[in-house]
Ligand binder design. Sequence first.
Ligand SMILES: Nc1ncnc2c1ncn2[C@@H]1O[C@H](COP(=O)(O)OP(=O)(O)OP(=O)(O)O)[C@@H](O)[C@H]1O
Ligand code: SF4
Ligand SMILES: [Mg+2]
Length: 328
Amino acid sequence: MSVIPPLEVTDLTTTFVAGRRRTEVVRGVSFTIRRGETMMLLGESGSGKSVTARSIMRLYGSSADVGGSVRLAGRELLELPEQQLRAIRGGQIALVPQDPTGALDPLRRIGSQLAEVLGVHGVEGVKTAARRRAEELLAMVGIPDPKRVADSYPHELSGGMRQRAVIAIAVSCDPQVLIADEPTTALDVTVQAQILELLADLQQRLGMAVLMVTHDVGVAADFGGRVGVMYAGRLVEDGPANEVLSTPRHPYTAGLLDSLPTPGVTRGSLRSIIGSPPPVGAFPAGCAFAPRCPQARPSCGHEDPPLVAVAEDRVAACPVVNAEQVVA
Ligand SMILES: Nc1ncnc2c1ncn2[C@@H]1O[C@H](COP(=O)(O)OP(=O)(O)OP(=O)(O)O)[C@@H](O)[C@H]1O
Ligand code: SF4
Ligand SMILES: [Mg+2]
């Protein structure tokens, strides 16, 4: 019997619409996250990671055409009316955004915001029970004094504590899928590590499928699970993080790894990817990475290469590098 995965994204496309102007930003992204699995979306700024994450939750409303398929535990989200979606967001699927400040109401105490989410989604009806559950959740996300934090306004908390509170809200309804979009970039380095540890711990305990967006190869390596590498609105490589990040099968992934600082190597001698990604709306024909790719050849400008299997559980979209390695 086949097990239905918590999240199955197939050929996702997102095109922003402003008057007559249409800008295609996400161009046919497909991946599946199984229960208890993490998928990291890794790529440079502007590659379409956040737009992919937000399109999955259909957060763009009428400002974007979102095509393809997003199945949450088998249920197609792209066809659901907004009213049903609202119940699913923050319930079966939840988002932890980059900046915790924007996710919290500055004028309301943390406990009341958590209790409201619990009430809205029908987990707790009674006010005192909701308050108790709010404190339990704050403790679960590693907040040492949940009573005080529940009585605090967001501005009274440190950035790390605010992000913990946002995570508590996100996991309050026991979501099957948690999407975390660069959840630590607004925080200082020590706190970043603690928040990542918390997310890994919650994933284990709650058995959620996690989609985590990052532009940081180190974060992707530390978190483990799968990694999907994005370039110019497409996935160019996908597979187990330890394999993809040790033996990349796409020149872009190899370039990302080469641009990492290496202990003992001075900055000036670092190799990195030359040039910058193409702007949206002006993706080159053929492989979008060709203008920056050290292995590019004339044929690369003809056709945008599809993802093909290159090893067990691994796909990559570069026929040049993988010509002799493809497994059927
Ligand atoms: N609402 C929008 N309308 C039009 N274009 C948008 C919109 N949101 C994002 N874009 C464009 O889509 C492209 C991809 O943006 P996205 O935010 O997904 O990048 P990202 O990979 O998350 O980068 P970063 O690491 O900087 O967060 C960018 O060029 C961005 O300008
Ligand atoms: S298809 Fe060509 S340009 Fe694209 S990554 Fe492969 S070698 Fe480079
Ligand atoms: Mg982003």
